[in-house]
Every structure is written in structure tokens, then in C-alpha cells.
Design a protein around this ligand. Structure first.
Ligand code: BES
Ligand code: MN
Ligand code: MN
Length: 455
């Protein structure tokens, strides 16, 4: 049977198994869901075994477990290490979903559920592609699966697991489907990811909330101060003002930027999709450059004071914000964390106290596009989509990818099948059934070409 015939014959089951996985609310950020996160790990382990993997194990960590499984058929064949994550982002705000986030529905060719694309739908393609290769007796490479449950909260325990299991994780290449492509008729392969430096800041004014009439004007309002501090982090050209922030930023050559600009992009459609009257960003760079090869600083949340019904006249004691920076080669999260901390503390007026608490970080990566693995992925996409994919650097982060390089000395191929419009991390996340099935078709082609081209 050809891959397409096998997929046609089994697609209803492929979809219903994914829907079962999507019904498990494996939200890693919220301890209220811890039992569900563990159930998702069990489900993945069971399905890996069913598909034919050996040595399937639910490896405990200090946090959520890592599901491992493998099929080693011949030491002379190349070994592919697949990575994915079974945890998902929180689903709130629930009221903005058109159907409940953990009761998947299919509408207009899309599966709607939290995790449909990021990353359950995409990781499950690998399990079904593996099942298909096993059933057809056509597994051309050895394969190892490593699927974690803490990607959305920084992968701290996976880092430890990787360092402790270097032997077991030996491979020739990593493959990950946890990114996107330009469009269903414009296939692309992700060739880079940004890093991340994430902080929570706390500004304290008076030791208690104060009457804003009795004290207003005479003591610092920490919310006013925090807003001013945050506003000062960008200048009038939307450059980031932290001293030394750009010191190590890799500047692309004019040729590289011209190459990037060849990727199809429609600014009007982009604005329309987000209902924007205009885009915004660093002067001197295009939208696609701003969201991939340039570093950024964003407030993810800000709170403090009185926010319930009606008016309360108060000068709050404290104000808070979560601030993240996306990093590009050759910035490091350590360097930027230090520079941010130092700068943010230094710009506070003497009337307030400031605390900066760093959260997880991650390093940026650029993946090679001249490797055998990349070429094999390119041929696989070409065969499945009928078009040669273009390499595109993405703005998102998958912190473990840089560690695969630094700890295992392995390059990664980021063969993602999502679309920007899939609304990952947002209400009404969805994944196209076309993309799901195309992924299942493309992956075995990758194995085939990778084995052939590695000889
Ligand atoms: N799969 C995403 C990252 C992604 C999505 C990269 C689309 C490229 C294209 C991943 O699950 C994610 O959300 N990562 C987080 C970082 C993490 C440390 C919370 C991110 O990018 O915000
Ligand atoms: Mn993901
Ligand atoms: Mn995510």
C-alpha cells in the first residue's frame, strides 16, 4: 500500500485517537490539572507501545514525566530522535472559545481544541507515521521518541534528563514538529528559533494601600512608576534602551535579508487577519524581520491596585508586571537577564523599591540548511506538497533545541505543519485535518530520504 492509501484507509481512526488525546486537559502551568497531565503521558506511552515501539517508559522527573520509546532495528542505520510535548497552554479565557477547549470538535476541516496544533496534533503525526512504517515493514531508520510534559513551562526537567541520558539519547538527528509553515500551498521548514529571557517585576511604594486623596501627590504611586519605567524600555524608534542589549546581536548581511524578503508575505492580509490599522515595530526592519531575526521586549501582563466594579480611590502599595524578551543569535539568556535586571533596577526612582525575579530562559538557535537531514526534509516536503519548501526563521522559542546542540551535539530539523492562523496559545486553537494527514504522509518520506542520503 502507498502511504496515501494507508492514510486514506486509516484516517478516521488517526483522527479519533487524536481527539481522545485532546480530551485530556494536560495544562502544565496549573497544578489543578496535574492528574490530567499524567494521564496524557500514560496515553502517549500506550499509543507508542501499540504502534510498535520497544522499551517504552514513563520516566519520572522532579516535575512531569518524559515518555520515552524506541525502535532500534539495525545499528548500521541512522537514528532519528523525535521530540514533542504533550502538555498544553492554559485554555483561558474560556468565554472566548466557541466550543469548550477540551471537547474537540471538527468544523470546516479543522480540529478545534487546546493543543490541537501545539503540540498534540503535531506530535501525534509522528506516532501514526511510525505505526504506518511499522505496519508496512518499512522503517528505514532507527527511531527514538522523547515526549515531555513541561515545554510550556520552560522544559527545566527535560534539560536535566538530557544531560543524564546522553547515552540513551544518542542519535544522528533530532526531528520536531512544533512550529509552522507559511501556507498550505507554500510549504516551509523552520530554520531558526528565538531565545527567551522572562521576568516578573515588582514595584513597591508605601507599605500599605493609601487613601489617594490624603496621600495623592505626596507619595509615589507604584503603578504610575512601573508604567513609566516600562515605557522607557523602548525609544522613539522602538529600539530597546537597555544598555548593551544589542551588543551581541547578529546582524544579517544585505544578501541574507534580500533572501529572506523573497518569502511570500502580504502585509495587507496580515493586518486584516489581526484587524490592525497598522503594524508596529523597530524602525528599519520589515515585519518578517521584526518577528524573527530581531530581539524584542514585551509586557505579557501587568496588574496592581483596584480592578473590580466601580471606583475605589487608592494608591496601591504594589504594582507587578511580567516582561519577556525574545533573543536572537548570539545573545544569551544569561547575558540579557543580567542586563535587564541591572537596568530595570537602576531606572527606579528612590521613592520605590524594585524586585526583578527571573523565570525560565532559553537560547536562540539557527539550524543548518545544508545538512543531509535538512535536504532529506526538503525532499520529503517536496514529495508531499509538490513544491520545494523555503527555509524560514521563526520568532517562537523551543528552549530545548539549543540544548540538543550543546549537550548532544545534534542538529534539529524543525518540520512543523501548523499555520499562523491556527491560534496556538489563543482561544479557538485549531489544526487543519489537511495538515495533520499531510504531516503523517511527509514524515515517512523524511525517514526514507534520510536513510538513503546518509549512506
Ligand atoms: N510550539 C511553540 C513554539 C513555536 C510555535 C515556535 C510556532 C515556532 C512557531 C512552543 O510550544 C511554545 O509555545 N514555546 C514558548 C516558549 C516556552 C518556554 C514557554 C514560546 O515560544 O513562547
Ligand atoms: Mn509547542
Ligand atoms: Mn506552545
Amino acid at each position: 500500500m502507498t502511504p496515501t492509501a494507508y492514510i486514506e484507509a486509516h484516517k478516521d481512526r488517526f483522527i479519533s485517537e487524536l481527539l481522545d488525546l485532546l480530551r485530556i486537559p494536560s495544562v502544565s502551568a496549573d497544578p489543578a490539572f496535574s492528574g490530567d497531565v499524567l494521564r496524557a503521558a500514560d496515553y502517549i506511552a500506550r499509543k507508542l507501545r501499540d504502534a510498535g515501539a520497544d522499551n517504552v517508559e514513563i520516566c519520572p522527573t522532579a516535575g512531569y514525566p518524559i515518555v520515552y520509546g524506541e525502535k532500534i532495528t539495525d545499528a548500521s542505520l541512522p537514528t532519528v530522535l523525535m521530540y514533542g510535548h504533550y502538555d498544553v497552554q492554559p485554555a483561558d479565557p474560556y468565554e472566548l472559545w466557541n466550543s469548550p477547549p477540551f471537547e474537540p470538535v471538527i468544523q470546516d476541516g479543522n480540529i478545534y481544541a487546546r493543543g490541537a496544533c501545539d503540540d498534540k496534533g503535531q506530535l501525534y503525526m509522528h506516532l501514526k507515521a511510525f505505526e504506518m512504517m511499522m505496519q508496512q515493514g518499512q522503517l528505514p531508520c532507527n527511531v527514538k521518541f522523547m515526549i515531555e510534559g513541561e515545554e510550556e513551562v520552560g522544559s527545566n526537567n527535560l534539560g536535566i534528563f538530557v544531560r543524564q541520558n546522553k547515552e540513551r539519547l544518542q542519535a544522528d538527528v533530532i526531528i520536531i514538529s512544533d512550529t509552522g509553515m507559511i501556507a498550505n500551498d507554500i510549504p516551509s521548514i523552520t530554520s531558526g528559533l528565538r531565545g527567551l529571557s522572562y521576568h516578573e517585576v515588582e514595584v513597591t511604594g508605601p507599605s500599605r494601600d493609601l487613601h489617594s486623596g490624603l496621600y495623592g501627590g505626596a507619595v509615589a504611586n507604584p503603578i504610575n512608576i512601573l508604567c513609566k519605567m516600562i515605557a522607557s524600555l523602548h525609544d522613539e524608534n522602538n529600539h530597546i534602551t537597555i544598555p548593551g542589549f544589542y551588543d551581541n546581536v547578529e546582524e544579517l548581511s544585505a544578501e541574507e535579508r534580500a533572501e529572506m524578503a523573497k518569502a511570500p508575505f502580504n502585509l495587507e492580509a496580515y493586518k486584516q487577519a489581526l484587524n490592525l490599522s497598522d503594524v508596529h515595530g523597530e524602525v528599519g526592519y520589515t515585519t518578517n524581520e521584526r518577528n524573527s531575526i530581531r530581539p524584542t521586549l514585551d509586557v505579557n501582563g501587568i496588574w496592581g491596585g483596584y480592578t473590580s466594579e466601580g471606583a475605589k480611590t487608592v494608591i496601591p502599595s504594589k504594582a507587578f508586571a511580567k516582561i519577556s524578551m525574545r533573543l536572537v543569535p548570539n545573545q544569551t539568556s544569561e547575558e540579557i537577564t543580567e542586563k535587564f535586571q541591572k537596568h530595570f533596577t537602576s531606572i527606579a526612582p528612590p521613592s520605590v523599591k524594585v524586585a526583578v525575579r527571573p523565570h525560565h530562559g532559553g537560547e536562540p538557535v539557527v539550524t543548518p540548511t545544508n545538512s543531509v537531514a535538512y535536504q532529506a526534509a526538503s525532499k520529503a516536503f517536496e514529495q508531499a506538497f509538490g513544491k520545494k519548501p523555503i527555509p524560514v526563521r521563526s520568532g517562537g522559542s523551543i528552549p530545548i533545541v539549543a540544548m540538543f546542540k550543546s549537550e548532544l551535539n545534534l542538529d534539529t530539523v524543525l518540520m512543523g505543519f501548523g499555520l499562523d492562523s491556527d491560534a496556538i496559545h489563543s482561544p479557538n486553537e485549531h489544526y487543519g485535518i489537511f495538515n495533520y494527514l499531510k504531516g503523517i504522509e511527509t514524515i515517512p518520506y523524511f525517514y526514507k530520504y534520510y536513510a538513503e542520503m546518509s549512506k
